[in-house]
Design a protein around this ligand. Sequence first.
Ligand SMILES: NC(=O)c1ccc[n+]([C@@H]2O[C@H](COP(=O)([O-])OP(=O)(O)OC[C@H]3O[C@@H](n4cnc5c(N)ncnc54)[C@H](OP(=O)(O)O)[C@@H]3O)[C@@H](O)[C@H]2O)c1
Length: 240
Amino acid sequence: MTILSEAQRKLDLGKDFTRETGLPFVTISYAQSLDGSIALRPGYPLSISCAESLVLTHHLRAMHDAILIGIGSVLADDPRLTVRLAEGGNPQPLILDSRLRFPPYARLLECNGCKPWIFTTDRAAVDRERSLEACGAKVVRLPSGPDGRIEVRTLLKHLVKMGILSIMVEGGAEVIKSFLLAKAVNQLVVSITPLLVGGIRVLEATAKVDPTPFPRLINVGYEKAGSDMVLRADPDWAKE
Ligand SMILES: NC(=O)c1ccc[n+]([C@@H]2O[C@H](COP(=O)([O-])OP(=O)(O)OC[C@H]3O[C@@H](n4cnc5c(N)ncnc54)[C@H](OP(=O)(O)O)[C@@H]3O)[C@@H](O)[C@H]2O)c1
């Protein structure tokens, strides 16, 4: 079975998960170098994936209701998050941005029919909210967690009410860590490029804690995509 068909099978099973828990099915997906770097340094993008694994990523995007990133990735990469290299509709872009730092010139605002939903907190200024809504974004205020950021499980329950049943979390490092620490991840699809970068690693600081708060991965599958290797796995929350 290919990575994509297994990912789709898990997504189909995810409907039962949503019925039982009231939470959407979450796929974490990112690209890393062989040494685990997802960016060169803070605020700097790193384009490492080969053409074939980019195509796989776009197929994966089309399989989900929504695609989620943090404001750090918006500011660093100015991504579009659309499906361009595969058949299928665009997922709804979701941005975590507690202070509404989202820039009004972001390319995410250019997509007709897939304007971003920006999740923020009471720390954000009302005039920022108004100007982003005037650009077509939907701004949703949620209560903040103890760290002043958007609390992941509160967000996920809210998203189900908004009709989002599956989410692809594409990064960056802070957001991926928050979802894993909230145990709000159902599968991972990671593409690994044979490059050594020495940049920002996806789980650097917290992984030094012993024992690690991160789950063991099970049901692991691998596939070659051009010069990259793509891994799909399930987190084993039952063992936590
Ligand atoms: N290789 C890849 O696949 C890939 C994919 C995406 C991004 N990246 C790279 O990752 C880097 C950006 O990563 P990053 O860690 O700086 O930024 P990020 O994870 O995209 O965004 C983090 C920011 O989101 C906001 N946020 C709100 N609620 C949050 C929550 N519950 N948990 C975590 N963050 C929350 C916080 O800012 P506020 O406190 O202001 O809300 C936080 O600083 C960029 O260099 C980008 O190129 C790589």
